[in-house]
Design a protein around this ligand. Structure first.
Ligand SMILES: O=C(O)CCC(=O)C(=O)O
Length: 248
């Protein structure tokens, strides 16, 4: 994470990294999803979610600790972070928006952003892998930049206006890009209007000592993980937590 990226993440609460995946990797991930024969997404948010894909093959598991992403997560979460939960979002033209949620105020203990002594400290943090393009005129992830540090709750009028409000940004995120954001950010989803299907894979990480989810994930049974990938499934604790970075 270079100085510019660190500045922008601190300032806005999210980053878009382009060309993290090659077109071939994007194609392979999309093909693996096609092979599952999932029911097509409908207009409601719940039908636009799918899970379980870490069992579908190493192409999905290798995103867990992708070498381009790990240095960002180390800066954002510190060493020893863990996979909290994960799911995919697929949307068709007409799939509805998701309300704006999150935000620094009122304080939400597992979803925080603090700065202290030259370091940032984050709670639940999302790495969203875009397998098709999202952005203005298409739909997808949206956020109020800087709201992870807001001192006042997001007013109802802004929530109601959603992406019609000028404070809400819909970042352009091409296929192969990654959006990393802190869940302390006020964010949501813009209704999908594009002809192509939205496909994003959301891997959500917590600092080592905590869990947002009531359930702790087990490593996939059908895919052999590396030692580092297995560490991402450690239960939440702090003392003597193994490093994800030393000798791995
Ligand atoms: O559309 C997105 O990427 C955001 C999704 C989101 O905020 C959620 O699933 O809670």
């Amino acid at each position: 994470m270079n100085d510019e990226e660190r500045y922008l993440f601190d300032l806005r609460g999210y980053l878009v990294l382009e060309e993290v995946l090659t077109p071939e990797e994007v194609r392979d991930l999309n093909r693996s999803i096609d092979d599952q024969g999932l029911p097509p997404p409908q207009n409601d948010t719940m039908s636009a979610r799918f899970g379980g894909f870490l069992e579908w093959g190493s192409v999905f598991c290798d995103l867990l600790d992708h070498p381009r992403i790990m240095p960002y997560l180390k800066t954002i979460l510190g060493d020893g972070f863990r996979l909290d939960h994960y799911y995919g979002i697929y949307m068709r033209a007409g799939t509805e928006q998701l309300r704006l949620h999150g935000g620094a105020t009122p304080y939400d203990p597992p979803e925080y952003y603090h700065y202290n002594n030259g370091e940032m400290f984050n709670g639940l943090t999302v790495v969203s892998w875009n397998l098709t393009e999202t952005g203005p005129g298409l739909g997808g992830f949206c956020a109020i930049p800087g709201s992870h540090k807001a001192n006042f709750p997001c007013p109802d009028g802004i929530r109601a206006a959603h992406d019609e409000h000028e404070a809400v940004v819909i970042p352009q995120a091409p296929a192969g890009s990654v959006v990393i954001f802190t869940e302390a950010l006020t964010h949501g989803t813009v209704a999908w209007t594009a002809d192509h299907q939205r496909r994003s894979l959301l891997y959500k990480y917590s600092p080592g000592q905590q869990s947002w989810s009531a359930k702790y994930l087990n490593p996939p049974e059908t895919v052999a993980l590396t030692a580092r990938q297995r560490l991402l499934f450690e239960r939440p604790y702090f003392n003597s937590r193994p490093s994800l970075f030393e000798d791995r």
